[in-house]
Design a protein around this ligand. Structure first.
Ligand code: AP5
Ligand code: MG
Length: 216
């Protein structure tokens, strides 16, 4: 099962990817997570990406296309993969199409999560993540068992640097300008499934599972 998760910042892509990893035993390919890891390592690519990410702008297409291309060739993608946060521009979607032709693979479903802007802002403001294992939480909607502590690994939870209000506003604009056209892009290819992302985490999960049951 080869999937794309589409949706604005805070829509729940990462949250739902965690369930899909467990259910289907396929890896999540999150360009955001990969870029944050590069920033943490202080690699030259990470240093370049940091300025874009801190301002809420996109990292240049050629950088992310290169990362994803390399990642898709790893053996663990043979049974499937979940693309989270990629593609994010039309040139990225075109590059993905070409790469998948070369690898003799195809996308089965592009799942778009739709969420109102007010809810997105609230979700990002309350999000906490684990800097060690990457688990995600929300202060109200998905709290850890002990406040401020990762339930999975016990590390101290942090707030993402780009979840500051000003940066969030820019990320929303960038999404509307550069990523929203991908909804039509995938609708035209007949693989788009729109899901009401305003429902609870469990309900969104059930909706996605129902779509994938019918698709497979
Ligand atoms: P990235 O890390 O991909 O961030 P994003 O797309 O902005 O999305 P988020 O991770 O913020 O949201 P999400 O949809 O995963 O929501 P989550 O599940 O955490 O990218 C970061 C940056 O990296 C970009 O700005 C850019 O600079 C760069 N970048 C990355 N990819 C790139 C690319 N392809 N090209 C160029 N640049 C790129 O949920 C959010 C919160 O809500 C959580 O607290 C969660 O618990 C809660 N929640 C989730 N679902 C629900 C629900 N149904 N009800 C209530 N609460 C919920
Ligand atoms: Mg995410």
């Amino acid at each position: 099962m080869n999937l794309i998760l589409l949706g604005p910042p805070g829509a729940g892509k990462g949250t739902q990817a965690q369930y899909l990893i467990e259910k289907y035993g396929i890896p999540q390919i999150s360009t955001g997570d990969m870029l944050r890891a590069a920033v943490k390592e202080g690699s030259p690519m990470g240093l370049k990406a940091k300025a874009c990410m801190d301002s809420g702008n996109l990292v240049p297409d050629e950088v992310v296309i290169g990362i994803v291309r390399e990642r898709l060739q790893k053996d663990d993608c043979n049974q499937g993969f979940i693309l989270d946060g990629f593609p994010r521009t039309v040139p990225q979607a075109d590059a993905l199409r070409e790469t998948l032709i070369e690898l003799d693979k195809k996308i089965d479903a592009a799942i778009a999560l739709t969420v109102d802007i007010d809810a997105l802002v609230e979700r990002l403001a309350g999000r906490r993540t684990c800097p060690v294992c990457g688990a995600g939480y929300h202060l109200l909607y998905d709290p850890p068992h002990v406040a401020g502590v990762c339930t999975k690994c016990g590390a101290t939870l942090v707030q993402r640097d780009d979840d500051k209000e000003e940066t969030v506003r820019n990320r929303m604009q960038v999404y509307a300008q550069q990523t929203l056209p991908l909804i039509e892009y995938y609708r035209k290819t007949g693989i788009l499934y729109e899901i009401d992302g305003m429902d609870s985490i469990d309900s969104v999960r059930s909706q996605i599972e129902a779509v994938l049951r019918n698709d497979s």
